[in-house]
Design a protein around this ligand. Structure first.
Ligand code: ZN
Length: 215
């Protein structure tokens, strides 16, 4: 197989703000103690003593996407696909992210498809891209667009389709207090945008019964 490492336009895929000075571990833990006290509890009581350390290490996992490059994840492509030029789709990619307004989790599934020109990418890499963007502070709309544009820039395919379905805890646990409301966002680019038949095929594939595989 021919693996090609490419140079890619990064403009639309970079994080929007870069931290100029990263606070120290001690400063981050102090900030957690401040919030605990502000909520009305005593950060010095035994049950909370280790909480600042745990919260900061959880943050490292939740937001590991800032240290990773989604474009890099798509930099190895393969040309030997036997002339395959139809939809390549990954369905039901589970993700968990955090809304940038409340740092509240939102969890759901992503469906990602593209129409290759002459190169394809390892399919697990599409799931990597979803994960990297999910592990940043997000809005669902932004995340949907970022995934689509990243694939579009990296692979220059004929088209890209992305759908995210998620439940937002900032909506279920606070504010309007509605549970089990699905938020659905879609982004179509290229032929998926211009051709309603392709859009309909994508939607059909999203809704097709899965056969319940689990390996
Ligand atoms: Zn929110």
């Amino acid at each position: 197989m021919d693996a090609i490492i490419k140079k890619i336009n990064r403009e639309t895929t970079e994080p929007r703000s870069i931290v100029t000075r990263r606070p120290s571990q001690e400063e981050a833990e102090a900030a957690v103690r401040t919030l605990l006290a502000w909520a009305g509890d005593d950060p010095a009581r035994e049950g909370l003593l280790d909480t600042p350390r745990r919260v900061t290490s959880a943050f490292k996992e939740y937001f590991s996407g800032y240290g990773e490059d989604p474009v890099e994840a798509l930099s190895r492509t393969f040309e030997e696909v036997g002339g395959y030029d139809d939809i390549v789709m990954l369905r039901d990619i589970e993700f968990s992210s955090h809304c940038e307004h409340h740092i509240a989790p939102f969890v759901g599934r992503a469906h990602v498809a593209y129409l290759p020109t002459k190169e394809v990418v390892g399919i697990s890499k599409l799931a990597r891209v979803v994960d990297i963007y999910a592990r940043r502070l997000q809005t669902q709309e932004t995340m949907t667009a970022q995934i689509a544009h990243c694939i579009n820039n990296a692979l220059a395919p004929r088209g890209v389709a992305v759908m995210l379905e998620a439940v937002h805890t900032c909506m279920s646990m606070r504010g309007i207090g509605k549970r089990n409301v699905a938020t659905i966002t879609t982004q179509f680019l290229g032929e998926f945008r211009s051709n309603p038949v392709l859009q309909a095929r994508f939607m059909e594939l999203v809704r097709a019964p899965s056969g319940g595989y689990s390996f």
